[in-house]
Ligand binder design. Structure first.
Ligand SMILES: NC(=O)c1ccc[n+]([C@@H]2O[C@H](COP(=O)([O-])OP(=O)(O)OC[C@H]3O[C@@H](n4cnc5c(N)ncnc54)[C@H](O)[C@@H]3O)[C@@H](O)[C@H]2O)c1
Length: 316
């Protein structure tokens, strides 16, 4: 690969992706505005700190909604490959205040699509989400499952981006792969997510709050596996594809508590709280398409991945 532009470069998945791309010998152009709407910018400064001095990395602190500023970056850096990860995430917050989700996720993505067309980008990978499947009880979810009943406006914006992406492939022949990520966890974990919150709680002997009776399941996927899939998708233009990237092995919240206990060697102090109606009951990816088209499958066992998360948290 030549020059890869990564949007959302200072975020959880983006910062891990930047490191992996640099290790593979790419030149990486990062774009991130250190948006503090979901969590503090100081987390992102820490995520990106180790690569800032790398001569093959350049970071632009730019908002993806500012098309002219983005255009200047495309003109100067001429990226051939793009991983578009910048977005406002979090299913529950989107239900409370959908406006930034529509503006960042949809308008930001349109700017990336327009510029990818104008600058003849060879391959564009867009971060989508398993939340497009809503609460469909028919599991595991394969890519041809129903996606017109998302639970949260966040899922609706992600589906909207996939549909817009298709039109740019259809009309302008752009190579675009939308990866539907499922419940990533690991180093640089987002602090609004359960694995981070519980990991911190167990390390400092604080209470763990579990939603409802703990039977909700999540298809927790190690961030290193998510990054591997993203690199494979970048390296392989496929026309237009939508591909699930998940562990395909959901664990219930109760089971996750036990995993934290086993890995940390500590007893969790668990308190139940009412479950939230915007959350999905379960998430479960069918990953046969990822295996077939990308030759990808997850490698990390959850106990080992949670161990890595705890090690990272205890050094943070
Ligand atoms: N983490 C998951 O489990 C998960 C699951 C499904 C999909 N995704 C998607 O993967 C991508 C990365 O998610 P993440 O968990 O790393 O989230 P994150 O919030 O840690 O990373 C997103 C990054 O985008 C940046 N950003 C936000 N608005 C921006 C703007 N207007 N201009 C420029 N940069 C902006 C943020 O500052 C942040 O660093 C997102 O598109 C998210 O929707 C994540």
């Amino acid at each position: 690969m030549e020059t890869v532009l990564v949007t959302g470069a200072a975020g959880f998945i983006g910062s891990n992706l930047v490191e992996a791309l640099l290790k593979k010998g790419n030149k990486v152009v990062g774009v991130d505005n250190f948006d503090d709407g979901l969590y503090e910018a100081s987390f992102k400064e820490k995520n990106i700190k180790s690569v800032l001095s790398d001569k093959n990395f350049i970071l632009y602190r730019v908002d993806i909604r500012e098309k002219e500023a983005l255009k200047d970056i495309f003109e100067k850096e001429k990226p051939q490959y793009i991983a578009h990860l910048a977005a406002r995430a979090n299913v529950r917050n989107a239900a409370k205040d959908p406006y930034p989700y529509v503006s960042i996720n949809i308008e930001g993505t349109i700017n990336i699509l327009e510029l990818s067309r104008d600058f003849n980008v060879k391959n564009l990978v867009i971060a989508s989400s398993g939340s497009v499947y809503g609460d469909d009880p028919n599991m595991p979810w394969s890519e041809d499952h129903l996606t017109d009943k998302p639970v949260s406006p966040y899922g609706a914006t992600k589906r909207a981006c996939e549909l817009l992406a298709y039109t740019y492939h259809r009309n302008h022949n752009l190579n675009i792969t939308c990866l539907r990520y499922f419940n990533a966890y690991g180093e640089n974990n987002r602090p609004d997510l359960v694995p981070y919150i519980w990991g911190k709680a167990i390390l400092s002997d604080e209470e763990i709050e579990i939603s409802g009776d703990g039977s909700r399941k999540r298809d927790y996927t190690y961030v290193g596996d998510v990054v591997d899939a993203t690199v494979l998708a970048l390296e392989k233009p496929l026309g237009f594809e939508i591909i699930n990237i998940g562990n395909s092995s959901p664990v219930s919240l109760k089971e996750l508590v036990s995993i934290f206990e086993k890995v940390s060697g500590k007893k969790a102090n668990v308190k139940s709280r009412p479950s939230n109606s915007v959350s999905m009951e379960s998430t479960y990816a069918d990953i046969s398409k990822a295996k077939k088209l990308l030759g990808w499958e997850p490698k990390m066992k959850i106990e080992k991945g949670i161990g890595r998360l705890l090690t990272w948290l205890s050094h943070r």
